[in-house]
Unconditional design. Structure first.
Length: 202
C-alpha cells in the first residue's frame, strides 16, 4: 500500500509539473544558450552567461542613452524583479543587459546607470564592438546607427541615433537553455513572473 501511495504521489507531482505551459513564445525552443565572449560587466570584470548557471537568466539588449524603448523594457523588468524578490527568490534569477552602444556604454557609465536606477538584480555587459557584433548576430539583433537632423530654434543639429531590432527578451533556464522569449516593448509582467517562478522551482 505504501509503495502504491508513493508511486501515486510521484505521478501526481509529475502531472502537475507537466501541466504548466510557458506563456512566452516557445517556437524553436528549448535550445542551448549562445555564450558571449570577451565581455565585461559594469565593474570591468570578465563575465559570461555560464557564470549564472543554476539561476534563471532574463537576457535583453539595449543602451543607456535610449530615450523610450530601453527604459520601458528595463522598467518592466525592474517590476518583475521586485515581485520575485518579494517572493524570496532574489538569489535565484539574474537579469542581464547587453549593450548595443559600446562607444558610450563603458563599464563606468553602466555602473552609474545601474546605481542611479537601483537595478540591483541587473548585470550590464559591454566590450569591444567586434566582440559585441558577434553576440548581436548570434541572437538575431540588428543594430543600426544613423544620423538624423533635428531643429533647435533657428539651428539644425545632427544627432546620431541607434536602433536595434527586434526588441526581444530571452528567458534562459537553470541548465543554460533558452526556453522562451517575449517580443515587444510592453512586457506582460504577470506572465513573466509566473514563468520565471515556475522555472526557478522546477
Amino acid at each position: 500500500m505504501k509503495k502504491f501511495l508513493s508511486l501515486l504521489l510521484v505521478f501526481v507531482l509529475s502531472a502537475l509539473s507537466m501541466a504548466y505551459t510557458l506563456q512566452g513564445s516557445t517556437k524553436g525552443y528549448p535550445k542551448p544558450v549562445i555564450e558571449v565572449e570577451n565581455l565585461v560587466n559594469e565593474e570591468g570584470k570578465p563575465t559570461k552567461l555560464s557564470d549564472f548557471k543554476g539561476k534563471v537568466v532574463i537576457l535583453y539588449f539595449g543602451f543607456t542613452n535610449c530615450q523610450h524603448v530601453c527604459p520601458t523594457v528595463s522598467a518592466s523588468l525592474k517590476r518583475v524583479s521586485d515581485a520575485l524578490v518579494q517572493k524570496g527568490l532574489k538569489d535565484k534569477f539574474q537579469i542581464v543587459f547587453i549593450t548595443v552602444d559600446p562607444k558610450r556604454d563603458t563599464p563606468e557609465v553602466l555602473k552609474e546607470y545601474k546605481k542611479s536606477h537601483e537595478f540591483d538584480t541587473f548585470t550590464f555587459l559591454t566590450g569591444k564592438e567586434e566582440d559585441l557584433k558577434k553576440v548581436w548576430k548570434a541572437y538575431g539583433i540588428e543594430v543600426k546607427e544613423k544620423e538624423m537632423e533635428m531643429k533647435h530654434g533657428d539651428h539644425v543639429m545632427k544627432h546620431k541615433m541607434i536602433s536595434h531590432t527586434p526588441v526581444i527578451t530571452f528567458i534562459i533556464d537553470k541548465n543554460g537553455k533558452i526556453v522562451e522569449d517575449y517580443k515587444g516593448i510592453y512586457l506582460p509582467e504577470d506572465k513573466m513572473i509566473q514563468d520565471i517562478e515556475y522555472l526557478i522551482k522546477n
